[in-house]
Design a protein around this ligand. Structure first.
Ligand SMILES: *[C@@H]1O[C@H](CO)[C@@H](O)[C@H](O)[C@H]1NC(C)=O
Ligand SMILES: *[C@@H]1O[C@H](CO)[C@@H](O)[C@H](O)[C@H]1NC(C)=O
Ligand SMILES: *[C@@H]1O[C@H](CO)[C@@H](O)[C@H](O)[C@H]1NC(C)=O
Ligand SMILES: *[C@@H]1O[C@H](CO)[C@@H](O)[C@H](O)[C@H]1NC(C)=O
Length: 309
């Protein structure tokens, strides 16, 4: 059965291509993990292990903060492992609640959602942030859901903001290849990143989902619980657009973008039930990476052919 080995070979090739490792943080980027020393912020990167960096940080911001909710920032003693060589994930992982990355000053970056899977940044459900664009959680973890525009981001060209826990860097919206405007979500893939000179990076933008839409790579450290199964039938993560939770339980009750994401077309309601969600978002399935779709089709075809030999 020569065909069988050909297809097995093809199958392995697809897997090899899918799991290409790429470069993570460079030494220039590592050098930018610094704090001013004027606040209780601390950050350091230990590069001694061959596989991962350990980022240690207090998680306290490197700027003044204001009490905009009942919570007070406290030392989080972060010691988080970031892969030195990120692995591109075939199945993109949903970004969970809680920290999904750290800024270059060691502060937590959160996904765009507030409790109840609603937009934490814009619309009726928006939360209150201090004048430095952050706030603390009940556990004292200070964090940003949006561009830390006022006190961290300096709007310089190609400025590093931090790193996601899959090892890929996060950059600001002022980029050297677009001169007349900030980069925005339409310039980026579902996970909210793109390749620059062959290397993948995320960008924080002014538009939903602000930081990350999903993890492009595999998260190394189990400090973060990641939902890898971006499947509507098993949870409420949206499979089609950004992989994070688009609608609480897949449904919303109104027409604004605080009820579901993306907002429904003008005059239409959010999907009313789980069974509607698939067709609702199916129309935008082409936004999925064409490469991913190609691999999936090859895999599927190979599996079917193998089965019948
Ligand atoms: C950003 O600006 C602040 C204040 O001007 C400065 O202290 C800091 O070094 C700058 N950071 C970067 C990465 O340019
Ligand atoms: C990007 O940064 C440069 C240097 O700080 C600045 O001159 C330019 O106006 C910024 N671009 C935008 C679109 O804000
Ligand atoms: C986003 O970028 C596109 C070009 O890719 C541009 O046409 C659009 O106006 C931008 N949107 C915003 C909100 O800046
Ligand atoms: C699909 O995307 C288009 C353009 O980005 C948007 O106008 C439309 O509302 C989306 N459709 C659904 C069902 O979300």
């Amino acid at each position: 059965m020569p065909y069988k080995s050909i297809f097995t070979g093809l199958l392995s090739l697809v897997f090899v291509i899918d799991f290409i490792n790429t470069t993570g943080l460079t030494s220039q980027e590592i050098a930018k993990f610094q704090v001013s020393g004027n606040y209780e912020a601390s950050v350091s990167v230990d590069s001694s292990n061959s596989e991962y960096y350990v980022i240690s940080a207090s998680g306290i911001p490197d700027h003044a903060w204001e009490e905009v909710n009942p919570n007070t920032p406290s030392n989080q003693n972060y010691n988080i492992k970031i892969p030195k060589t990120p692995t591109v994930a075939t199945t993109k992982a949903c970004v969970p609640f809680g920290k999904i990355g750290l800024t270059r000053t060691g502060v937590a970056i959160y996904n765009p959602l507030a409790a109840g899977s609603v937009n934490a940044v814009e619309g009726d459900s928006s939360e209150t942030f201090d004048s430095c664009d952050g706030h603390a959680s009940p556990d004292g973890a200070y964090h940003y859901h949006e561009i830390p525009n006022s006190c961290l981001y300096n709007n310089t060209v190609d400025e590093l903001i931090g790193v996601a826990f899959d090892g890929f860097p996060i950059y600001g919206p002022n980029v050297s290849d677009i001169s007349d405007r900030w980069i925005n979500s339409t310039d980026l893939d579902s996970c909210h990143g793109r390749e620059v000179s062959g290397e993948y990076r995320y960008h924080v933008t002014e538009q939903w989902p602000y930081f990350l839409g999903c993890y492009h790579g595999t998260v190394y450290d189990d400090v973060v619980t990641v939902t890898y199964d971006c499947d509507l039938s098993s949870n409420d993560w949206n499979q089609w657009l950004y992989y994070l939770c688009e609608c609480p339980e897949g449904t919303g009750t109104g027409t604004t973008n605080t009820d579901c994401h993306p907002p429904p077309p003008p005059g239409q309601q959010c999907p009313s039930s789980i069974s509607n969600v698939n067709s609702y978002y199916n129309s935008n399935a082409s936004l999925l990476s064409p490469l991913t779709s190609f691999y999936s089709i090859v895999l599927l075809l190979s599996a079917i052919i193998l089965e019948y030999m």
